[in-house]
Design a protein around this ligand. Structure first.
Ligand code: NAD
Length: 249
């Protein structure tokens, strides 16, 4: 696996899966644009990459705003001359029983987790088409794209859509040679679920993993890097489970 000479945009690259993927990509030779809402953590990822001898740029990006996602894509091309990989990964969780879940919370989750992925597909797809680059778009779905769990309603709605958007976009972008795939993590040891210990989310996920512990972000990053590489050229429109067998139960 080798990403030498490639350029990637990673949304949500300031933490968890996004940061682990940015570091992995940089180690594999990619130049990386960190498109992240949180300026401190986004810049910290850039510093970590540079300290290890890699190249990275931070662009403050709210993925729920199409213009900002377009800007991140443009920065990649203006700075590094191309765009090979778009990792639409930024996401938030708002977990509560359905009847306690306010419309504004639902809308917020869908705006970031679903529309943010759509904006990334659109901005990167147009740019790759215009530059005639046979790139790869990778989305972060979830086991919750497939399996229902209590208190996860809006997240299910958004992640279910990410699964189908991946398949639909793969079909539409195939004529340009662009692949679209997704990863569907199980429970990963990051702030998104660490914040919901009281709801038992973490314990519930651990219980359903075959080896009874959470995944580490690096385990997801390794699969994303593989999907971004030419080794995965035969994979298109697929959602790859990275869930220690959770979905197999
Ligand atoms: P995380 O909280 O560590 O990282 C998410 C990152 O996205 C943060 O840096 C955050 O600042 C950023 N972000 C949030 N809203 C944003 C916005 N509007 N614009 C730009 N950046 C924004 O969590 P994570 O677990 O690394 O999550 C990454 C992805 O993985 C998410 O899509 C999440 O839904 C998905 N996922 C996580 C798990 C898990 O168990 N941790 C499981 C399945 C899927």
């Amino acid at each position: 696996m080798n990403l030498q000479g490639t350029v990637a945009v990673i949304t949500g690259g300031g933490s968890g899966i996004g940061r682990a993927t940015a570091l992995k990509f940089a180690r594999e030779g990619a130049r990386v644009v960190i498109a992240e809402y949180n300026e401190d953590t986004g810049r910290e990822t850039v510093n970590l990459i540079e300290a290890a001898g890699g190249e990275a740029t931070f662009v403050r990006t709210d993925v729920s705003d199409f213009a900002q996602v377009e800007t991140a894509v443009n920065v990649a091309v203006d700075t590094y001359g191309r765009l090979d990989v778009m990792f639409n990964n930024a996401g938030i969780g708002h977990f509560a029983p359905l009847l306690d879940h306010e419309p504004k919370d639902y809308e917020c989750v869908v705006q970031v987790n679903q529309h943010g992925v759509y904006y990334g597909i659109l901005a990167a797809g147009r740019k790759m088409r215009d530059l005639q680059i046979k790139g790869t778009i990778i989305n972060t779905a979830s086991v919750y794209s497939y399996l229902a769990s209590p208190g996860v309603f809006s997240y299910h709605a958004a992640k279910g859509a990410v699964k189908m958007m991946t398949q639909s976009a793969a079909l539409e972008l195939a004529p340009y040679g662009i692949r679209v795939v997704a990863v569907a993590p199980g429970g990963v040891n990051t702030p998104i679920i660490q914040g919901y210990k009281d709801m038992g989310l973490e314990e519930n996920m651990k219980r359903h993993h075959m080896r009874r512990h959470l995944l580490e972000p690096e385990q997801v990053a390794n699969v994303v890097a593989f999907l971004a590489s030419s080794d995965a050229d035969g994979i298109n429109g697929s959602v790859v489970m990275v869930d220690d067998g959770l979905a197999a139960f």
